[in-house]
Design a binder for this molecule. Structure first.
Ligand code: OXD
Ligand code: MN
Length: 581
C-alpha cells in the first residue's frame, strides 16, 4: 500500500475490474525476484539455462504470435484527433476506455495482480518521472526490475511527489484479435491488453518513456527521444557525449557499447544508454541528457564477438533471454553468436540446421546496464550528461552519405524529420521496405509529428549552446550489393570526426545537403577502405537527391496546415541548392 490515496484508489478500482485472486505490491528486492523466478520455473514461464556458464540467466519463450511490437494495434487517444496526427492511429478516449474496460473485466481471475512502482531515470534526478504498472505477468515484473528503478524507492518518490503515470497491463488470452496498446497522454495513462512482448508489456519503456513522455516534454519544454547516449573519451581524458537516434534494429546497442579499433589506443567509449534519452536545457546553456532506463532490452541475433564484444561478455550472467535458441548444454544461442549448432529453436522445438532461424529474428536479452564493461557512472548523475552532438541515422542502401553535418539547428531538424530507413524485424510487418521514420520516432511519438517538429524548432531557440546535428548511414552498398563501410567498431572513426567538428578543430566542405568531411578527414588507417570507396560513401548524387527531396516534400505536406513553415523553408533551400549545383 502507498500513502498516496490516488494510487490506492486506482489500484482498488483496477482490482475491482480485473478480479485477481491476489494483489502483490512489488518491493523490487532480491528475495522477491528470486521467488518470482522460482514460480516461473515451476509454471514453465521460464526455462533455466546452464547455471555454470550463465549463472542467474533464464529463457522465456513467447507465444509464437506475440513476438514484436504491434504498431497497427497501438493508439494515441487524445480528445482531438488532430493532436494525435497522421503519424498515429487515433481512437476517441471514451471509446478506447470502454473497449479496454470490456477486455480487462474479470481478466485476472485465478491470477496475481502485481503493482509495480517504478522510476524512469536516476531516483534522485529532478528530470526523472515515476509510474506504476499494474500487470498479471510475473515475466513483466522480472523485466521491469532490470529495466527500471523499481519497487520501494520509486514508491517513496511517488508518495512524496504525488505524480505518476498509470499503466494497466494484462496478457489477457494472448489473442491478436483481442490486443490493444492504448495511450491517453492527457490523462498520463496507458492501457495494454493481450500481449506479453517487451515493447507492448514493459510499459515503462516505449509506452511511458517515449509516447507519454514526448507529450509531457512538449508541454514542459524538454525532449523525450528514441536515442542512445554515449560518452567518447579521447586520450587526453576529455569526454564528449553524443545522443543518436536510429530506427529499431539499426545497431544502436552496438554503437552504444562500441570498443574502439586497435588504431584508437587511449580512446574509450562510455555507455550511458542504448535506446531512450530525455534532454533538458541546462542553466549553463547546454543540453543535458539522462537515460530513463536502467537496463537493455536488446536484439540478440547479430550480437557476437566481432559485432559487440561488450554485449556478449555482459550476457553471461543475470540475464533474461526471450525467444532465443538453446545448445545441447542449455546455453542461450542466436544467429551471429558463434559456430555452435543449437538443438532447440525459439519455440522449444528440436532444431534441424537448414530449417530457418533457430532464434527468432527479434529475440531479445534483458540485462542491467551496470553489467556492461563500458557502463558510465554518469548514468546515475541526477543532472545527466552534457550533449555535444545529436546524430540521426537510418539504414539506406543507396543515396545517403556516410556522414554529414547540418548547417544549423533548424536544418538539423529537417535532417531528423526526413529520416527514412529500411524496416527490420523489430515490428510486425514487411522487412526491408523504406519508410519515413522521423527522428526514429515514427512508432513512438505520442502526438502529431507536425507539432513535434515545431517543438524541436522552438527548443533550438531555448538552448544557448545547442549541440551540433549530424546524419549518418552505416549501410550504404556498392553496385555489387556489398556494404561499403565496415561499420561496428569502425564507426568510431566517424564519431571522432563528429567530435572534432564540435570542438571546431576540423574544416568541412559544403554540399547542397549539408557539410561533409574534407577528403582525408576521416581516419582510415588500418582499414581496407580506399579513397575511391570513401568518395563513393560521401558522394551526393544531385539528381537522385532532388527526387528524394520531392518525396520528403510530399511526406511533410501530408501533415497539412500544422506543418511548420520553417521546415518547408529549409527544404526549399536544399532544393534550390541542388538545382544550382
Ligand atoms: C526497441 C525498438 O525494442 O525500438 O528498442 O523496437
Ligand atoms: Mn528502440
Amino acid at each position: 500500500m502507498s500513502s498516496n490515496q490516488k494510487l490506492n484508489d486506482w489500484v482498488k478500482a483496477v482490482a475491482n475490474l480485473t478480479r485477481p485472486d491476489h494483489i502483490h505490491w512489488c518491493t523490487g528486492d532480491q528475495a522477491e525476484y528470486d521467488h518470482l523466478v522460482a514460480e516461473m520455473l515451476q509454471s514453465s514461464d521460464l526455462i533455466e539455462l546452464n547455471q555454470q556458464t550463465h549463472p542467474g540467466s533464464y529463457l522465456h519463450l513467447s507465444d509464437p504470435g506475440d513476438v514484436a511490437r504491434v504498431e497497427h494495434l497501438t493508439f494515441i487517444c487524445t480528445s482531438n484527433p488532430g493532436d494525435a496526427g497522421p503519424n498515429n492511429q487515433w481512437m476517441a478516449p471514451v471509446e478506447a476506455k470502454a473497449k479496454m474496460e470490456a477486455l480487462f473485466s474479470g481478466c485476472m481471475k485465478g491470477r496475481t495482480m502485481y503493482v509495480i512502482p517504478y522510476c524512469m531515470g536516476p531516483i534522485d534526478s529532478p528530470h526523472s518521472r515515476c509510474g506504476v504498472e499494474i500487470t498479471d505477468s510475473p515475466y513483466v515484473v522480472a523485466n521491469m526490475r532490470i529495466m527500471t528503478r523499481m519497487g520501494q524507492s520509486a514508491l517513496e518518490r511517488i508518495d512524496r511527489e504525488g505524480n505518476f503515470v498509470r499503466g494497466t497491463h494484462s496478457i489477457g488470452e494472448l489473442d491478436p484479435e483481442r490486443r490493444f496498446i492504448m495511450h491517453f497522454p492527457e490523462d498520463l495513462m496507458i492501457l495494454s491488453y493481450g500481449s506479453g512482448y517487451g515493447g507492448n508489456a514493459l510499459l515503462g519503456k516505449k509506452c511511458h518513456a517515449l509516447r507519454i513522455a514526448s507529450y509531457q516534454a512538449r508541454t514542459e519544454g524538454w525532449l523525450a527521444e528514441h536515442m542512445l547516449i554515449v560518452g567518447v573519451e579521447n586520450p587526453q581524458g576529455e569526454t564528449h557525449y553524443i545522443a543518436a537516434a536510429f530506427p529499431s534494429a539499426c545497431g544502436k546497442t552496438n554503437l552504444a557499447m562500441l570498443i574502439p579499433p586497435a588504431e584508437y589506443e587511449g580512446w574509450k567509449i562510455w555507455t550511458v544508454g542504448d535506446d531512450i534519452c530525455w534532454m533538458h536545457p541546462g542553466v549553463d546553456g547546454r543540453l543535458w541528457a539522462i537515460n530513463p532506463e536502467a537496463g537493455f532490452f536488446g536484439v540478440a541475433p547479430g550480437t557476437g564477438a566481432d559485432t559487440n564484444p561488450n554485449a556478449l561478455a555482459m550476457l553471461n550472467h543475470n540475464c533474461i533471454f526471450t525467444n532465443v535458441a538453446q545448445t545441447a548444454d542449455g546455453q542461450p544461442w542466436w544467429e551471429g553468436k558463434d559456430d555452435e549448432i543449437p538443438v532447440k529453436d525459439w519455440q522449444g522445438r528440436d532444431y534441424h540446421p537448414g530449417s530457418g532461424p533457430a532464434a527468432h529474428p527479434n529475440s531479445r536479452f534483458t540485462a542491467a546496464i551496470s553489467q556492461c564493461a563500458s557502463y558510465s557512472e554518469q548514468t546515475e548523475a541526477p543532472q545527466g550528461v552534457p550533449i555535444s552532438a545529436i546524430v540521426f541515422g537510418g539504414r539506406r542502401e543507396r543515396l545517403v552519405p556516410l556522414v554529414m553535418e547540418s548547417n544549423s539547428w533548424q536544418h538539423g531538424v529537417l535532417l531528423g524529420a526526413s529520416m527514412a530507413s529500411e524496416t527490420t524485424a523489430a515490428a510486425t510487418g514487411a522487412v526491408g521496405v523504406v519508410r519515413r521514420d522521423p527522428m526514429a520516432m515514427k512508432p513512438f511519438c505520442g502526438y502529431n509529428f507536425a507539432d513535434y517538429w515545431q517543438h524541436w524548432l522552438d527548443m533550438g531557440k531555448r538552448i544557448e549552446q545547442p549541440p551540433k546535428i549530424f546524419h549518418v548511414n552505416w549501410f550504404r552498398k556498392d553496385e555489387h550489393g556489398k556494404f561499403m563501410w565496415p561499420g561496428f567498431c569502425e564507426n568510431m572513426r566517424v564519431l571522432e570526426w563528429i567530435i572534432e567538428r564540435c570542438k571546431g578543430n576540423k574544416a568541412a566542405v559544403s554540399s547542397p545537403i549539408g557539410k561533409m568531411p574534407e577528403p582525408g578527414a576521416i581516419n582510415l588507417a588500418g582499414l581496407e577502405v580506399d579513397d575511391a570507396t570513401m568518395s563513393g560513401l560521401l558522394e551526393v548524387d544531385a539528381s537522385a537527391w532532388s527526387a528524394e527531396i520531392e518525396e520528403i516534400r510530399t511526406y511533410l505536406e501530408g501533415y497539412g496546415e500544422r506543418l511548420p513553415t520553417q521546415l518547408l523553408e529549409q527544404l526549399n533551400q536544399v532544393a534550390a541548392e541542388l538545382k544550382n549545383s
